[in-house]
Design a protein around this ligand. Structure first.
Ligand SMILES: [Ca+2]
Length: 315
């Protein structure tokens, strides 16, 4: 995938308007609906002198963060499966919200950012081409603080669409096992419209919607394998599930600030928030031979590739 060291420039962002979220029974797309035609309240990423200080979000990936399940509880790898913590190279997200209360419904908090949707693939889907793609440790987003409603925000919600990372795998070459590393790209939102992307030097062209769990794996020397994890199998941690659930098959990962983010409206300097995603054994596959080694050419298939948690901290 081609991506700048930090991220691609933002296109016009549709913020907070036209949202059709969990409570309204959103159909299709991501549950984070919107037709891309809502009011544009700003161009995040643009910078003019008059905008004043910014709220800046950094994105990092931590293989040592807790490994959580859909309810935000600690999770182990089920019997018969194996998992590894992949080395992330790129993440694309299409929605970010700050929530003031445990019971704030999805979309009812401060929606910081949302990328356009498209019907180019038939059903409404998030548009991969219009998302910022961030390398771990990079800046994901910045918006003027003047655009953020003052308040205290203990929770954050980030909707992911694409993950790209290196995986260790084993193949047989001339009858001998060889341990190698390949690059996997996977789409984890319910529907993402994908034109094309570069996966470790191989251009993949689709021009269609990809469902949650679609993956392409570039195995050096073997080419690109593709597959689809069954619907609903992707873990999406939401520790607020009791009070603020997310739509089925969406990929809105929810987490807490170490201490609530407080915006007064009087800030004179940038406020920097780091979002940490847990990659702790986030790539899980069916491992019938029980050796803990991923052998995709021997029929071992991915069963889950969801991020295993999200946390936020103010720097
Ligand atoms: Ca194995």
């Amino acid at each position: 995938m081609h991506f700048a060291p930090t991220h691609r420039p933002f296109s016009l962002l549709t913020l907070s308007f036209g949202l059709c979220l969990a409570a309204s029974g959103c159909e299709g797309a991501s549950g984070l609906d919107g037709d891309g035609s809502g009011s544009e309240t700003g161009e995040a990423g643009s910078e003019t002198a008059a905008e004043g200080p910014h709220l800046i979000f950094m994105l990092e990936v931590d293989p040592d963060a807790p490994r959580l399940d859909n309810l935000g509880q600690p999770a182990t790898v089920p019997e018969g499966n194996a998992a590894q913590s992949p080395e992330f190279h790129a993440i694309a997200a299409h929605y970010l919200e700050l929530a003031p209360m445990d019971w704030t419904p999805l979309g009812g908090g401060e929606v910081i950012f949302q990328t356009p949707h498209t019907e180019a693939g038939g059903e409404m889907a998030v548009d991969f081409a219009q998302m910022p793609v961030t390398a771990p440790g990079g800046e994901f987003l910045r918006i003027p603080l003047s655009q953020v409603t003052p308040g205290a925000y203990p929770h954050g919600r980030l909707a992911l669409s694409y993950q790209e990372y290196d995986l260790d795998f084993r193949a047989e070459f001339n009858g001998q096992p060889v341990d190698l590393t390949g690059r996997l790209g996977s789409f984890v939102e319910s529907l993402t419209y994908v034109e094309s992307f570069d996966l470790a030097g191989t251009e993949l062209s689709y021009n269609e919607n990809k469902a949650q769990g679609f993956w392409a794996f570039n195995l050096p020397g073997w080419g690109v394998e593709e597959g689809q994890v069954p619907a609903g199998a992707i873990t999406v941690p939401n520790p607020l599930d009791d009070t603020s659930p997310i739509p089925a098959d969406s990929c809105v990962v929810t987490g807490h600030f170490a201490a609530p983010l407080v915006i007064t409206g009087d800030e004179r300097e940038d406020v920097i928030v780091t979002i940490t995603l847990s990659s702790n054994q986030s790539f899980e596959w069916s491992d019938p031979n029980g050796n803990g080694v991923f052998e995709p050419l021997a029929g071992e298939l991915p069963v889950d590739m969801g991020i295993r948690g999200l946390s936020l901290r103010v720097e």
